[in-house]
Design a protein around this ligand. Structure first.
Ligand SMILES: [Zn+2]
Length: 376
């Protein structure tokens, strides 16, 4: 018999849901921060799916989906194991802030980057306790996980969608083998994304992806460093979960389990949310941007398909009188993911989050020089 899966104080037991704590870090006040762990294991053998949420404090839909989805009824039908961590950033969730007060950096940019470890640089900030905790948790994650989904919220009123991280490979050593492996991983990731069934948006191309440290996001690190098929989902408004999106995310996740052979029932339709296929691959971009300080009154809605030249917002002064360059027009064919917050804009601010045609490959080498500091 193989050893049961243990994460923190939770030990998997076939046919049951087990609850436990994974000790993350100590506060100077003597308190310890743990991450809650839920292990749901079916009686039959099957893969291990990790589901994580709550790394950004104002994003409350992911935890809601996970609490509602993990039921004894699911376990009774399940083959394999689901490991759930619904609160990756407890301090952020307590204060509804993206960054925890004890580690003021985006926690979803703290996971291992795949580079060989170097001695600490005394002139640089040491990694925070949270970053060190994620480093340990990452080892447990990649040891047991076959697949991973990380749950987030984008902006108020945005559509529900999935982000496809680029699959980057090392081209500085054994490029053909690495590329073939990356392509196989991307194919699995694609199968998973399609099984989930919400609108699919590609992440930024490789250079910008690395610039924004998205390779150190939960799904980015699991995919690139852990080689685990993974993706991030964005579930619209964060501070007030939309019940239709909660239900559609739970259905999509169960469809991933079906795709992975963990459930045998019929695929569930994704209902009551907009699922948009523009007919070509798309990637995120914040666009169009206003040229002068203005009030922008949006003319399009999340989920709309728009074309180059379509008016997307009236731009006016504070008295509501149209400015010379009104209306603001789309520079791209694509899809409206969401409207930027509010109506008051400075020059250069984008009024929409869009998905525009993606000409960059999903499988790409790491940008040149990425591993350069390993050679020094
Ligand atoms: Zn987030």
């Amino acid at each position: 018999m193989t050893e049961p899966l243990v994460v923190g104080t939770a030990t998997a037991q076939p046919g049951t849901i087990q609850y436990g704590e994974w000790e993350a870090l100590s506060h100077p006040t003597g308190h310890t921060e743990f991450l809650p762990v839920i292990i749901a294991q079916g009686k039959g053998a099957g893969p291990c799916l990790w589901l994580t949420a709550g790394i950004h404090g104002p994003e409350h839909t992911g935890p809601t989906v996970l609490y509602k989805m993990i039921t004894q009824d699911l376990v009774d039908r399940l083959k394999g194991t689901v490991v759930v961590i619904p609160a990756l950033n407890p301090a952020g969730l307590r204060t509804m802030s993206r960054e925890p007060y004890h580690a003021q950096k985006d926690p979803n940019r703290m996971w291992p980057d795949g580079k060989r470890e170097k001695p600490p640089d005394p002139d640089k900030d040491a990694p925070s306790s949270l970053e060190l905790a994620y480093k340990r948790l990452f080892q447990e994650m990649i040891a047991s996980s076959d697949y991973l989904i990380d749950y987030h919220n984008a902006g108020t009123g945005s559509i529900s969608f999935s982000f496809r991280d680029r699959v980057m490979y090392r081209a500085d050593q054994d490029p053909e083998k690495n590329k073939a492996e990356a392509e196989a991983l991307a194919a699995k990731q694609d199968g998973m994304l399609r099984a989930y069934g919400h609108t699919i948006i590609n992440e930024f191309p490789a250079e910008k992806y690395i610039d924004d440290k998205l390779h150190r996001s939960t799904s980015g690190a699991a995919l690139l460093v852990g080689k685990i098929p993974s993706f991030t989902v964005e579930l619209s408004t964060g501070h007030m979960p939309d019940p239709a999106i909660v239900a559609a995310a739970a259905a999509g996740t169960r469809n991933v389990m079906r795709w992975a052979g963990m459930l045998e029932s019929e695929v569930e339709p994704i209902q009551k949310i907009k699922v948009v296929d523009p007919g070509f691959p798309v990637r995120r971009r914040d666009t169009p941007r206003v040229k002068q300080a203005c009030v922008a009154l949006h003319l399009v809605e999340p989920g709309d398909l728009i074309h180059v030249g379509d008016p997307v917002a009236e731009v006016c002064d504070i008295w509501g009188r149209p400015l010379d360059d009104s209306p603001l027009r789309s520079e791209h064919d694509g899809l409206v993911l969401g409207r930027s917050r509010g109506i008051y804009y400075y020059p250069g601010d984008a009024v929409l989050w869009m998905a525009i045609r993606d000409d960059a490959p999903v499988v790409a080498p790491y940008p040149e020089g990425y591993f350069k500091d390993e050679e020094e």
